[in-house]
Write a protein that binds this ligand. Structure first.
Ligand code: ARG
Length: 396
């Protein structure tokens, strides 16, 4: 029996290849989480009198060993396995015999994949929150180090009001901290225990303890009722991805500012040589590719959100295989956002503002002068505005 649902009839290889898709590759990252969920499930079965203590121990040891050997690169999920759930169960049974066949009681790959995905997303969200926080931290340090360097504050990409490196950096830092908070808030939808919902309709005839697996796995609550579980697939994924869209928007804007500041015309900043790349034909080039790729990556994460929402929109209730297609988009969004935030934290550390190249035109103080006229002379802002405008006109 090759797959969990194998009843001995042959499967067309073309159908296997199409239905498994990239699962055997994508599921690699779910292996440790599927193991954790399976161990908790088996422990619960044992506590409910549905699995012997000996079998539980064999399952725990067997799955633990498989997680380790997988992490060490000693085995991989194959196309024939179809997915991580099958790969683990068939290897477990090969290793420990009969007991391996007892773990799949009161569960389905439908709740299993969600348990693994949610445990993975909880870890990923923590990593992403930390990474966004690191960019914010790097910006706060940059703002601190070059606090008093003046910068033009732009509106419409025109000099508007005086600003400083500190003010510029702290604005981005605050928004990145807000993004980190948003990612942390995504936990609410993720942290619900799907185990025990099985294919989506519970386990008639079996008394499972869904609270117990929730506690063992650290889920905040049991996802109830069982019919809500499959309806929700894609929502926590979309919620987290949406937060990543916002994170990438901020990283993209930061990249855009820095790209402008790095042009020869502006030359507001310098970057360390080891953070720029070169050209194969123009020997003088030092290219800020990192910033361009971060800016470009915003599209990748936006598209992932559209893809996830597109898959679930108009889907009826109950598990349907379409849901499998959420995984690549989710993983792509997480990987892209994480890598982008991590490299931006590194790059920000290397940014140096070139004070001598930053010139603020006198006119940039116009609003400040008008404000002073109001407080010092008691005239209306409208009148002060007109007076300052006239003064500036006379100077031309
Ligand atoms: N790879 C599948 C997914 O991600 C696992 C669940 C398969 N369930 C099924 N009934 N075929 O959705």
């Amino acid at each position: 029996m090759k797959r969990l649902w194998d009843k001995g009839e042959p499967l067309d290889q073309r159908v296997l290849r199409y239905t498994a898709g990239e699962d055997h590759i994508l599921d690699a990252r779910l292996v440790p989480y599927d193991v954790r969920a399976s161990v908790a499930h088996a422990a619960m079965l044992c506590a409910q009198g549905l699995l012997s203590q000996d079998d539980l121990e064999a399952i725990e040891d067997g799955l633990g060993a498989l997680a380790e050997s997988h992490a060490a690169g000693e085995w991989e999920i194959t196309l024939e396995d179809e997915d991580c759930h099958t790969a683990l169960e068939s290897r477990l049974t090969a290793a420990i015999g009969e007991a391996g066949k007892r773990v799949h009681l009161g569960r389905s790959r439908n709740d299993q994949v969600l348990a693994a995905l949610r445990l993975y997303m909880l870890d990923a969200a923590d990593e992403l929150e930390t990474a966004a926080g690191k960019v914010a931290q790097a910006l706060r340090e940059l703002g601190e180090e070059q606090a008093d360097v003046d910068l033009p504050g732009y509106t419409h990409m025109q000099h508007g009001m005086p600003s400083t490196v500190r003010l510029w950096a702290e604005g981005f830092a605050a928004e990145l901290e807000d993004d980190a908070d948003g990612i942390a808030a995504a936990h609410r939808r993720i942290s619900k225990n799907p185990l025990g919902s099985a294919a989506g309709y519970g386990t008639p005839g079996l008394d499972l303890d869904r609270e117990a697996t929730a506690d063992m796995l650290g889920f905040a609550c049991v996802h109830e009722p069982v019919t809500a579980v499959q309806l929700s697939r894609g929502k926590a994924e979309a919620g987290l991805t949406f937060e990543l869209v916002l994170l990438m928007q901020d990283l993209g804007k930061l990249a855009s500012d820095l790209l402008l500041f790095y042009t020869q015309e502006f030359a507001y900043i310098s970057l360390p040589d080891d953070m720029t790349t070169g050209s194969s034909i123009m020997p003088q080039k030092r290219n800020p590719d990192v910033l361009e790729l971060v800016r470009g990556a915003t599209a990748t994460v936006n598209a992932a959100l559209t893809e996830i929402l597109g898959i679930t929109t108009k889907l009826g209730s109950g598990y349907q295989r379409d849901l499998q297609r959420i995984k690549p988009a989710l993983f792509r969004a997480i990987d892209t956002a994480l890598a982008s935030a991590e490299i931006m934290a590194v790059l920000i550390d290397g940014v140096e503002f070139e004070e001598d190249n930053i010139e603020l035109d006198e006119s940039i103080y116009a609003a400040e002068r008008a404000n002073r006229l109001v407080t010092e002379e008691g005239i209306s802002f409208r009148e002060a505005y007109q007076r300052v405008a006239a003064e500036l006109n006379d100077q031309d």
